[in-house]
Design a protein around this ligand. Structure first.
Ligand code: ZN
Length: 410
């Protein structure tokens, strides 16, 4: 039967977490077609499926990943690996890949996302870009990575990205100037002008490491040595003394942008982002942060400052898997100073807002898309039902556009 004409269906769960309101015990989510019709303790639907001792949450939003690394079984390097050593391993990994490795990794990554309750993803893809590989199986944005310290390197990438953007009729694509150490400032400025004119979003890794700060401030340090080694360093690519704020000002020209990591941004930059929370978000990747053994991320301070925060896994090159539940549980463990009810929105509603999709997804609100994650719950009660999520062993099933996900394969 066509899903648009199928009669409404209600899913009952021990706990329903609408995110836009308090958790509901023995709650019901009523779905009609690809939409949520109602959320509460009653339903008009004739067809009620009791899912048992589970939780229903909105489908998770992974605000930063690189799905093309999803073929990896374990992160590259070791915990606490110096950043430059890790980049060398990433480059070496790419060079050993052959055939349709990227296509296969994308398929595997999407499958893992869906199995883990993720229904929307912000993916960074390197050239040759394969955006069509993602588009029908998972929602979100494919950011086309552009980089290069010299015009010889970045012009072909730029031309290729522009061609794809011109035929992107579903507003599925964005641009990702990679990072200050890899991307000429002129390329970023060009991307920002294009983004403003054509209403294209931007995503950029920024202020991830102290090595990056050292390179920008004084043209020295391990990143400089690394770039010299590769013979790709151009001093004009990132003029000495250029500030993270200069990069943020560029990104602010886009209709919306994701600032990825921002681990070492200071007060001034935090204020800058807070004042632009409608169009700029900071993406924090908790388990990747732990992998690199970075100093604790001051999440509460960022939230209190009013910055729009989104959460991502980053890639399997720095994370053992792509489970957003793993990120949520890590947040709960590392941030006991943040109210439990404030954490689930970070991986759903807030990450949806960062992608400017909060009117469509991210909460169980009537009229929004029926994208759901169904989580196994531990076999006991808790004063705060959110804490049950911290102990959930995993995602039981995922619903996307009103359909249980295996059905989406047809
Ligand atoms: Zn990344």
């Amino acid at each position: 039967m066509d899903k648009k004409t199928a009669p409404p269906l209600a899913l009952r769960a021990k706990w329903v977490f609408p995110v836009c309101g308090p958790p509901l015990e023995n709650g019901l989510v009523t779905i009609g077609g690809d939409r949520i019709l109602a959320v509460g303790n009653k339903t008009d639907a004739g067809n009620v499926v009791d899912l048992g001792d589970v939780a229903i949450t909105p489908g998770f939003v992974n605000a930063h990943t690189h799905l093309e690394f999803s073929g990896l079984n374990a992160p590259l390097g070791h915990a606490g690996i110096p950043f430059v050593d890790w980049i060398r391993q990433v480059m070496a990994f790419r060079q050993t890949q052959t055939g349709d490795w990227k296509q296969q990794a994308l398929a595997k990554g999407i499958q893992e996302c869906i199995a883990g309750g993720v229904t929307t993803v912000a993916d960074i893809a390197s050239s040759p870009w394969l955006p069509e590989a993602n588009s029908k199986k998972i929602d979100g944005v494919d950011f086309l990575e552009i980089l290069g310290g010299s015009p010889q390197r970045y012009e072909p990438l730029w031309q290729g990205a522009c061609k794809l953007l011109q035929v992107d009729h579903n507003a599925r694509l964005g641009l990702s100037p990679h990072a200050p150490y890899s991307t000429h400032i002129e390329l970023l400025e060009r991307a920002a002008r294009w983004a403003k004119k054509k209403a294209v979003p931007l995503a950029m890794h920024l202020a991830e490491t102290v090595e990056e700060a050292e390179l920008l401030a004084s043209h020295s340090g391990p990143l400089l040595e690394f770039l010299l080694d590769l013979d790709v360093w151009r001093p004009d690519a990132a003029p000495r003394g250029i500030r993270f704020l200069d990069y943020l000002e560029c990104l602010a020209r886009a209709p919306w942008s994701l600032v990825v990591h921002g681990n070492i941004l200071g007060h001034q930059e935090i204020q800058f982002l807070a004042q632009r929370r409608q169009q700029m978000a900071l993406v924090h990747c908790p388990r990747t942060h732990i992998f690199f053994q970075r100093r604790p991320f001051p999440l509460r301070e960022w939230l209190e400052a009013g910055v729009q925060i989104a959460i991502g896994t980053d890639s399997r090159a720095s994370n053992p898997d792509l489970r957003m539940l793993g990120e949520l549980q890590t947040l709960a463990r590392l941030h006991p100073d943040i109210a439990p009810r404030r954490l689930l929105p970070l991986v759903t509603q807030d990450s949806a807002a960062a992608l400017r999709r909060e009117q469509h997804i991210g909460s169980l609100t009537p009229g929004r898309r029926a994208d759901l994650a169904v989580l196994v719950l531990p076999n006991h009660a808790s004063d705060d039902p959110h804490e049950l999520l911290w102990e959930s062993p995993g995602v039981l099933e995922t619903w996307r556009h009103g359909l249980r996900c295996p059905a989406m394969e047809n």
